[in-house]
Design a binder for this molecule. Structure first.
Ligand code: FMN
Length: 141
């Protein structure tokens, strides 16, 4: 069944997650919100959390944001993770959500870059992969 009430939040250091979150938001017709703007999270059926990986971890501001989420207001969460290795997920975000009892429906690893490693990624095709992932979840597939 199609999910109607969707929210997209992101944390970013080098703007990859911002671009991914904004393109997802455009496709889903919602607003992307930077966690550093302290968005108020009202009732949400599906929350997309978009973030990169730095030294194996998520940004502290994203962890704080997830920590402060009101579990009663969030149905489910989906993770979109941008990293150079394309192997490391948002482990700590996942752990906090699990502790709160918020179900994680899926996580997409999106190709990022670090200095000259995978330079230019995420490219448009990488971002499109994230958009397609989000659309599938919106359609409840
Ligand atoms: C300081 C720094 C540390 C990073 N550490 C990792 C890492 O441990 N593993 C990894 O796969 N990618 C790592 N990366 C790559 C980023 O996760 C990748 O570029 C991601 O797209 C960044 O997202 P953002 O632009 O939204 O901040 C690192 C990047 C930076 C700048």
């Amino acid at each position: 069944m199609r999910v109607e009430n969707i929210r997209v939040v992101y944390a970013t250091k080098t703007k990859h997650s911002k671009k991914i979150a904004e393109d997802i938001s455009l496709a889903l017709n919602v607003q992307a919100q930077n966690v550093t703007d302290n968005p108020r999270v009202e009732e949400t059926e599906l929350l997309f959390i978009v973030g990169g990986i730095y030294g194996g971890d998520s940004l502290p501001e994203l962890l704080n944001f997830v920590h402060d989420l009101d579990a009663k207001k969030i149905g489910k969460a989906a993770l979109v993770t941008s990293c150079a290795s394309k192997k490391q997920g948002q482990t700590k975000v996942r752990k906090i959500l699990e502790e709160k009892g918020i179900e994680i429906v899926d996580e997409l690893l999106c190709q990022g870059s670090f200095l000259f490693f995978k330079w230019g990624r995420p490219n448009q095709a990488d971002v499109q992969e994230a958009v397609d992932f989000a659309r599938r979840l919106q359609e409840g597939l």
